[in-house]
Design a protein. Structure first.
Length: 319
């Protein structure tokens, strides 16, 4: 016996490479810039959805007819509103431009004569968040891949596929709710994501700290400057720069090693943007004393830009 379902390629590219039973993993768009992430994280308040649209784009023949669209949309609406983070609004009832959610799901059976069959699926939840202007539009997304071994019981394939889809819905809504809490600037959620292992939640948390000005989490960002992971370290630097956090200047200069030219460039740019007396003194020191001409020139330019800004606004004492 050989079981196989052909999944829609656009939705499930790479799905057949998944391994293990009863596992799930989340995916997100790679390479998203911090500016894109920040745009998606602005705005406070319950997210009101003017439209929920669900579609089954793949379903095994052995599983019988797929769930009807209206049934899926009703189940999804119930799970979303139960989180307390999402509300439904009819046409013209949303606060501001309407946000919309779409769900796509595909299930299939995989296996052969040598291996027990599994149910494998992918579920995408995507919210198009409408901002006050097109520049402020954003996207909140949960992309879940999961598989479970088929149970050797009297329960038929159709019942197992339905139960599996229900569990995937629960997991996907929980993941979307976690991201929505971060988007709203929930301090506990942001703090947990900054210390967690999920890279997508981590990037969202960095943007949320800056977008909401969560000053009490600045120590968490500063502690991340000591990470051995360049992506974590650079993300923390970016958030501190966006917040213009002058209390971080000392920690940033502590990262700078005169012999590491790439790091020196990054730190000079960062503290030159943050500004303040401590940044001014450091840039003067580097501009006069660094052994590499390019670094001295870079520090001098950053110092000049900083002084030009201060002429217009008045130098503010570092806090």
């Amino acid at each position: 016996m050989r079981l196989c379902t052909v999944f829609p390629l656009v939705l499930l590219a790479g799905l057949s490479c998944g391994k293990g039973g009863g596992t799930a993993r989340r995916q997100g768009a790679p390479g998203a810039s911090s500016a894109d992430a920040a745009a998606a994280l602005r705005g406070v308040g319950s997210l009101r959805l003017a439209r929920i649209q669900a579609a089954v784009v793949g379903w095994p023949e052995e599983g019988g007819p797929p769930p009807r669209q209206e049934v899926l949309e009703e189940k999804l609406a119930g799970r979303l509103t139960a989180t307390g983070l999402f509300a439904l609004a009819g046409p013209g009832q949303a606060d501001g431009p309407p946000s919309k959610l779409r769900m796509e799901v595909a299930l299939g059976l995989v296996g052969d004569d040598r291996k027990a069959p599994k149910i494998r699926g992918m579920l995408l939840l995507q919210v198009k968040i409408a901002g006050a202007s097109p520049e402020e539009d954003g996207t909140l997304e949960e992309n879940l891949i999961s598989e479970v071994p088929m149970a050797r019981s009297e329960q038929g394939i159709a019942e197992q596929c339905t139960a599996f889809l229900s569990r995937m819905l629960d997991d996907a809504v929980r993941g979307l709710a976690a991201k929505e809490k971060i988007r709203l600037g929930d301090r506990d959620a942001v703090r947990e994501a900054l210390g967690g292992s999920d890279p997508l939640l981590f990037r969202a948390a960095l943007s949320s700290v800056a977008a909401h000005g969560l000053k009490e989490l600045v120590p968490n960002l500063i502690s991340l400057l000591g990470s051995e992971d360049p992506a974590v370290r650079d993300g923390a630097i970016g958030a501190l720069v966006e917040m213009r956090e002058r209390t971080a200047v000392a920690a940033l200069t502590g990262l700078a090693k005169f012999g590491d030219l790439d790091t020196m460039r990054r730190i000079i740019d960062a503290i030159g943007t943050i500004g303040g007396d401590e940044a001014h003194s450091y840039l003067e020191f580097v501009a006069q004393g660094h052994g590499h001409p390019a670094i001295r020139e870079l520090a001098q330019k950053a110092l000049q830009h900083l002084e030009d800004r201060e002429k217009n606004t008045g130098r503010q004492a570092g806090e």
